[in-house]
Design a protein around this ligand. Structure first.
Ligand code: FAD
Length: 175
């Protein structure tokens, strides 16, 4: 129920899906997406299956998705984030017929580049460590910016990092 979920659900509707559900283990009050994103998703016809946590994807003999088994949840005490913790309701599950599931549960860096380049210093979250002033990585004259440095962020921040690195590269070429 974050902004990416709202975006993916609305895009699925516009691409012709008949019914689109956002499955969320808490309620609307705890949704992390911006209010206007949630309202726009509702206006556009996205449906919400709230207090439900996906347990299992069920396929047919050819491994095509048929349904998602959902665990009914209820809200307990607040957790470290201040939001009420979702707690499974014992024995209460149901199947939601589904032929396509989009998983919008956060992002991590693609490990291929970092695994293949051991000299590239990483920070404790597994993103590329750069010089904040220049965007240069631990490998001289190699620059990085955007989500691979900051973790999931925004287009504007990624563009800014690109400009900063570009300016530094030009400066060095002209030096
Ligand atoms: C569904 C969704 C909705 C979003 N909505 C918004 C929004 O409304 N506004 C906003 O500001 N931000 C939004 N974001 C975040 C935004 O998309 C990112 O912050 C931004 O795209 C980061 O740009 P980037 O250039 O760092 O990375 P990316 O845009 O992810 O580009 C990285 C590129 O590198 C390529 N790549 C990866 N590994 C390799 C490799 N080994 N070799 C070669 N190429 C490789 C990838 O294929 C990709 O094309 C959204 C994100 C998602 C997922």
């Amino acid at each position: 129920a974050g902004n990416v979920a709202m975006d993916a659900a609305r895009t699925a509707l516009r691409m012709g899906a008949e019914n689109v559900y956002i499955v969320y283990r808490r309620t609307k009050a705890e949704m992390p997406a911006r209010r206007e994103e949630i309202e726009h998703a509702e206006e556009e016809g996205v449906q919400f299956a709230m207090l439900a946590a996906p347990l299992r994807f069920n396929g047919d003999a050819e491994m095509r998705l048929q349904s998602v088994t959902l665990q009914k949840m209820e809200l307990g005490e607040p957790d470290a984030s201040g939001r009420r913790r979702p707690v499974p309701v014992e024995g209460e599950t149901y199947d939601l017929p589904t032929d396509l599931a989009i998983v919008a549960l956060g992002t991590r860096s693609n490990p291929i580049l970092l695994d293949a380049t051991p000299d590239l210093e990483q920070n404790k979250w597994g993103y590329i460590q750069t010089n904040e002033e220049t965007g240069e990585t631990s490998i001289p004259n190699v620059f990085a910016g955007g989500d691979i440095v900051t973790g999931a962020a925004t287009v504007i921040l990624a563009m800014g990092a690109g400009r900063k690195a570009g300016q530094e590269i030009v400066k060095r070429l002209l030096a």
